[in-house]
Design a protein around this ligand. Sequence first.
Ligand code: PEP
Ligand code: MN
Length: 299
Amino acid sequence: MLIQSSSGAFAEDAAFKLVSREARPAGTVVNVSGVEIGGIGVVVMAGPCAVENPEQLLATAKAVRSSGASILRGGAFKPRTSPYSFQGLKEEGLELLAWVSSETGLPVVTEVMDTRQVEATCRHADILQVGSRHMHDYALLEEIGRHDKPVLLKRGMSATLEEFLLAAEYILKQGNEQVILCERGIRTFEHATRNTLDLNAVPVLKRHSHLPVVVDPSHGTGHWWMAPWMSKAAVAAGADGLLVEVHCNPREALSDGPQSLRPDRFDLMMNELRAVALAVGRRIAGRCPEGDRAVVPDP
Ligand code: PEP
Ligand code: MN
């Protein structure tokens, strides 16, 4: 099988020794503290762009949980374009994530930007996120590959799908096979949206790789009002999950307020998503009763 490369030439799937679909035709299901990503259930990960304070994180976690999200997102180490913007609560943010996880039963996903942050992040989080700006950081990919912790690898904003799959290959090559691919939009000439969400990526990645694929409509569009539309489109296109930014008071958010959904709008979106998931033979992954870890229910 072949995948088109950036140069227009074709690279053989054989270049993707470990991530190619041929290596595991049945597909990989990544188990995140009881939540299965890559199975029939579509897993929704939701929460604020950044961890800001205990009240904000706990309130958002409870809201997204009651709407049906099964994993909490929130950045402790924030990669910001300007060095003068809020850089995240760092270690304190990790501790807040672990606390809210134990309060709500939601596993947490958070970004790690540097090899020196990997140990502490592994202790506090259930999934290590590699952000778009770090997809090409091969030392970081290798370090994460040496750990036994699920990884959410985001596509570089200018990376081809071939480069994206080869970045995942770096992680698997070190022994960590629990990798989830995340399409989060790419840079194009279009300025109406923050990025151009490349939903072509979903079927291409699912065809050529056995790894689960999730979509981030928040960074992919930059507009809260677009997130429900593109979430539904992502599920229809075959995504195994979504990563969505939600904030109780987006106008006051320390980062990415304009693309963050209010909890009431997120709730509406989840209802619409259930119908789309059913229409394509999937369902939204559910949770056990309060306090328990999330699970995918029986069909
Ligand atoms: C994020 O998820 O908060 C983030 C910074 O995303 P990206 O790396 O896709 O820009
Ligand atoms: Mn963000």
